[in-house]
Design a protein around this ligand. Structure first.
Ligand SMILES: NC(=O)c1ccc[n+]([C@@H]2O[C@H](COP(=O)([O-])OP(=O)(O)OC[C@H]3O[C@@H](n4cnc5c(N)ncnc54)[C@H](O)[C@@H]3O)[C@@H](O)[C@H]2O)c1
Length: 210
């Protein structure tokens, strides 16, 4: 399978929606889907869909389009959703617990194996069968289980400290849910995620409508 290493982020943002749409068609028993149909669903141009999919090696047949089953398989592999990576989460508060409860994450290739906190009342308890350990146990457990993905859900003022510890303890990729902009060495992958940014966009669109 042809696979591009550097795929533009806007393309990667669209692909999960392509996948979700085609999986719905798959459940409905459809065998083929055209780029035009995906484009109509996405409200974008079909040439954009074809161009995006060219990164993945998915090929379509003239007039019928892409074969649905292989489309789903190739795109799931391409996006890294078909193999499950393990992660540790630090900060088992309200957001951290919500992530621990999310059974859908594994469908997207991520399994949170353990959580860590400094709150002694939380240590030893479980959320969705995932145990909460004291942060002091992170290093040894990450090394033992070869975990290289860390999720940060602590208050913003502690985010940098936790990120520094994660890097020192062998973490290679950090999914940062705090509003703090953490600084890490250039070889560490950081993905910042916040619902608040989307809320600001929603407000802006709502109140600036004609
Ligand atoms: N990305 C988003 O869309 C989004 C949404 C909600 C909250 N947040 C952010 O997520 C973070 C957590 O929010 P919350 O509402 O769950 O807070 P919370 O207070 O409920 O939970 C924070 C947890 O972190 C623990 N903690 C504090 N310092 C720690 C440390 N040094 N090491 C390990 N654990 C530590 C606390 O004991 C607590 O259990 C905040 O930064 C918040 O701004 C982001």
């Amino acid at each position: 399978m042809k696979r591009d290493k550097e795929v533009p982020v806007p393309v990667l943002r669209r692909m999960p929606s392509y996948l979700s749409f085609v999986k719905t068609l798959q459940k409905q028993g459809e065998k083929y889907v055209s780029s035009t149909r995906i484009a109509e669903y996405m409200d974008i141009d079909s040439t954009q869909v074809t161009k995006d999919l060219s990164h993945t090696g998915i090929t379509g047949k003239t007039r019928v389009g892409y074969e649905v089953d292989s489309f789903v398989k190739i795109l799931e592999d391409f996006l890294g959703f078909s193999k499950v990576d393990c992660a540790f989460l630090v900060g088992a508060g309200s957001l951290g617990s919500a992530l621990l409860q999310d059974k859908g994450l594994s469908a997207f290739g991520l399994s949170i194996e353990a959580a860590f906190d400094v709150d002694k009342a939380k240590v030893g308890t479980k959320v969705n069968d995932i145990e909460i350990f004291h942060i002091d146990q992170f290093r040894a457990m990450a090394a033992e289980r070869n975990v290289v993905i860390g999720i940060i859900t602590v208050p913003a003022e502690h985010a940098q400290n936790v990120a520094d510890l994660m890097v020192a303890w062998g973490i290679k990729a950090i999914w940062n849910f705090t509003p703090a902009r953490i600084k890490v060495p250039s070889h560490i992958v950081v993905q910042n995620t916040t619902i608040y940014m989307n809320l600001a966009i929603l407000f802006n669109k709502l109140y600036n409508q004609e």
